[in-house]
Design a protein around this ligand. Structure first.
Ligand SMILES: [Zn+2]
Ligand SMILES: [Zn+2]
Length: 376
């Protein structure tokens, strides 16, 4: 069957013939891939900054943002049946008995670093026609989300970040006790850094939770990403035209920053104007660049005197996947057009190497395995 493989030794990215997997244990499920999204992580792998093939393989099948359709299930699989749509999780536990996180099903908090990740680290990914995996790594997606289900995995980044934000901010009277659980962000101001897919999906999470939400990104207005953000009720500021101090003046107390740009300079600039009792979440991974100058005394002073929390967040657990699937349904009801327009390009698998190696524009580009028209 067809697959897109990365060969780290020879620095090649190409369409290959990969052996079709079969169900070999009773808890496994076989999927026909429908769509696989491409992101910055894939680009780092195809530029050979990281990405490790499974032991004994000279290549890694890439792809971690997937949507598949079940074609066959093992006899012990209960909650998944042929015809179901599923999104498969990415990270798998490390083998060490002493890793409390992995042993408790929280491999997103793995202590040892010896976890594997499908399409990234020592396990094949999903940019291929068929995938076999354990049913417990799969999350069922309702049929109505066929057209946007591939956004589940990138949405889990914001879902995990927010799950932690709510936990951490419980230590202080951050949430108005008179608001409903769904609108916990009411009365609070959130700032998203970066207008890529993770930033856009994070903006939707925040707006849906009731936050007054702002997005701070590079491009000047007007631009399509700014239009999208405004369409869901957030406000866009360009770094080009609004310096950080002016941003803070216009917004007021910034209660939450969700950093999804992987740009360290702008992150530390915004940290300078972070509000009282605020939380700053780093979710983007910057490319390595020359060191920058930061006023550390000022930052520490503010962290202390303003009770600020700074947090890093990576990967997601199964609860975060479930939250992402629930939220996609909410977004689809509220902003059907904006949600759909996050996916800006569909490419057949034969064109995947060009997509991975080129500089395709748009927001989320997706490799598609079917030519059937999307419902609706
Ligand atoms: Zn990704
Ligand atoms: Zn572990």
């Amino acid at each position: 069957m067809k697959a897109i493989a990365v060969f780290p030794e020879t620095h090649e990215v190409k369409l290959i013939d990969h052996e079709e997997p079969e169900i070999t244990t009773p808890a496994q499920v076989k999927l026909r891939m429908l769509e696989v999204g491409v992101c910055g992580t894939d680009r780092k792998i195809t530029s050979f900054q990281f990405g490790t093939p499974p032991a004994g393989s000279e290549y890694l099948v890439i792809g971690h943002e997937s949507l598949g359709e079940v074609v066959e299930v093992g006899p012990e699989v209960r909650d998944i049946k042929p015809g179901d749509l599923v999104v498969t999780t990415v990270r798998r536990p490390c083998p060490h008995e002493y890793c409390r996180a992995c042993r408790m099903g929280h491999q997103d908090f793995c202590f040892t670093g010896d976890f594997t990740e499908c399409g990234i680290k020592e396990a094949h990914g999903f940019m291929t026609e068929f995938v076999v995996d354990e049913g417990r790594h799969m999350n069922v997606v309702p049929r109505e989300l066929r057209d946007v289900g591939v956004l589940t995995e990138p949405l889990t980044v914001a879902e995990k970040a927010m799950a932690q934000v709510w936990q951490i901010q419980q230590r202080l009277p951050w949430i108005d006790p008179n608001t409903s659980a769904q609108m916990r962000g009411k009365g609070l101001k959130a700032m998203v850094l970066g207008a890529g897919p993770v930033g856009q999906l994070g903006t939707m999470v925040l707006v849906a939770a009731g936050f007054e939400t702002y997005i701070y990104s590079r491009s000047k207005v007007p631009n399509p990403k700014a239009d999208l953000v405004e369409a869901i009720g957030a406000t866009y500021f360009s770094e080009e035209t609004t310096p950080v101090e002016q941003l803070a003046e216009q917004v007021g107390n910034i209660d939450l920053v969700f950093e999804a740009a992987g740009a360290s300079q702008i992150a530390f600039d915004v940290m300078r104007v972070l509000g009282t009792n605020a939380i700053f979440v780093f979710a983007g991974v910057p490319d390595h660049k020359a060191p920058i100058e930061v006023d550390t005394a000022l930052l520490i002073r503010d962290h202390v005197l303003k009770n600020q929390a700074v947090l890093g967040s990576v990967n997601a657990d199964s609860a975060n996947f479930e939250a992402a699937i629930r939220d996609l349904s909410v977004f689809k009801q509220r902003w059907p057009q904006a949600l759909r327009s996050l996916i800006t390009g569909y490419y057949p698998i034969e064109q995947a190497p060009q997509l991975l190696l080129g500089s395709a524009g748009g927001i989320k580009n997706v490799v598609t395995f079917t030519s059937e028209p999307l419902e609706e």
